[in-house]
Write a protein that binds this ligand. Sequence first.
Ligand code: GCW
Length: 694
Amino acid sequence: VLLAADVAEPVVATVLDELRRASARWGGTVVVADGSTPATGHDVVLAVASHAATPGSGSAREAHASTAPYAPVLRALLGGALTVDAGAPLQDGMFAVGRQDGVAVVVAAPGAALLYGMHALVRHGERAFEGPDELLWDLPVQDVRMLDHWDNVDVHDVMGQVERGYSGGSIFYDAGQLRDDLSRARAYARLLGSVGINAVGLNNVNVHRTEARLLTDRLGDVVRLAEVFRPHGIRVYLSVSFAAPMTIGGLPSSDPIDPEVQAWWAARAADVYAAVPDFGGFVVKADSEGRPGPFAYGRDHADGANLLARALAPYGGTVFWRAFVYDHTQDWRDRSTDRARAAYDHFAPLDGRFDDNVVLQVKYGPMDFQVREPVSPVIAAMPRTRLAVELQVTQEYTGQQQHAVWLGPQWSEILAFGFHGEGSRTVAEIAAGLPGRGTDPRPFPAAGLVAVSNVGDDEFWTGHPLAQANLYTFARLAWDPSADVRAVLDEWIGLTFPGPEPGGGTEPVVRETLHAVLDESWRTYEAYTSPLGVGFMVRPGHHYGPDVDGYEYTPWGTYHFADRDGIGVDRTRATGTGYTSQYPAPWRDVYEDLATVPDELLLFFHHVPYGHVLRDGTTVIQHVYDTHFAGAARTEELAKAWTDVEGRVPDALFARVAERLAEQVRSAHEWRDQLTTYFRRKSGVPDARGRTIY
Ligand code: GCW
């Protein structure tokens, strides 16, 4: 293997380390080119193109299409010239992998791309050494490919150390301190780098007292974590509290227009960048669920975000400002207030007011990471704002890593959702800053995808070993949102369960069983939990297990309004909260009209009688019965299917998955029985198929 790149660069040093590890294991030698090394006679060549990246030139889609200019580059490389002039702009993260003149080749843009290319070569496997000369150019579609950790340094409350964490404690912090032993964090950074993640948020967006000090006297912890992530092309970010100038700075106010407050943030940014020159920036949850924010001073969220953005701007830092702003103290008796409207009402009017280094981080749906929600209308409403879409890899509302729920199909559907009308574009295209189609194809400013991580200090990293597939799938979709998601799962299976024979590949029964358990798991979970888009029938607080009325008479704004006659939230503009008007055409009309609203979102948009007939001819009440019986029965089949792989996957992993599947079966039956009983009692309508309802 020939490596032609500057090994003094941290990411290139990582590539060299990986190559050496591989050759120690599989044989072969690694040669670092020094100018006098001949470029011929190697089986594999990895090289960085010397042409500087030209940020912002062209779009990802154009670059995908223009592979031709690079062919001479490779010829020059293999002809003996060890530095490459690409002769055309290379973009951040861009690489080619394939064969040229019979040699397996990776050529990459400067930066982390060589690492990405090397891992692509690994995924190509034997194919890279066979067949005709061909180079496949690739580059990430999304600029931002970020994982946020809701980790606390200290343990705070009933939620434990990691908020909504289902995989044990934090891999960064333990007992109120940064861990001495960061080997898990190092392995995690290596894992994320291999799938192109380029940003990590180091602490919970709910910033508590100890965690606020990561910005001040605990900055040394950030330095150490940045050292862990840097070699893998990953920049670190801190969640900060909007009230920090008061709580840790001792100032009388946090008002964004106060010069003292501005100076305080500027000084903090200067400190952070002196310690961590490639620091990414801040993540902020403000005026949300009790966190402080600009509203306290009568300022809006553009004022708040720009305050921090201006402190970071001199150093190239970015503020990720979350749009998850709503009233969590509303009166359930007031049916005109609609939590689903809140993010749009607060943020859409601010379009155009955010500085260039602000990214508005918008949850994919208008409520909160439910198993089924419509896509947030905020995503289409802010063409002059950089916007990142936030997903939840940690399974707060989707089985908490007790249930096997692979979220790939949900994310894929969200990312492919098209906002039609003028300048039709998908969610993924908006986030990526790609041009749309139609009468106004102008791209929105680019940002990307963010997700809440699901990793902890658990033996299997993710509690449920199969939840690792979600982490992998998120990263691969951030790279290419239009990837065939089942193929992504298949790739994960192949890499994770390599089979007993070296090079022999995954055993077919293992592959088939994992597909059987995971392929349809999101829809199965939806079937036995939340009917027709209604959401939130979970136990309050921890959110595990069923409780139909758990949130019904609370201030949280998450209601289903079931009574003896019907169920659902009227969000129409004709008779309801008017939420449908936040969508561009045609969705504002599709969702408004009972005749066109998709069944899976029916109860999100409409209050209907139990006898309302769905497109397949069943009534709403019969659908509730049928899906819950079928979904729960399906979990039994999955648990049984899993027994086929005993002895073919590691024993401890087999046992952990079996244990979780047993809990999934139990829990799914609990969901079935509570939901069917609740709605049987409310509606008085018997099950047409006469099954047992309590
Ligand atoms: O889904 C909710 C969670 C909170 C979380 C919040 C958020 C970090 O229940 O635990 O707080 O979302 O996204 O800010």
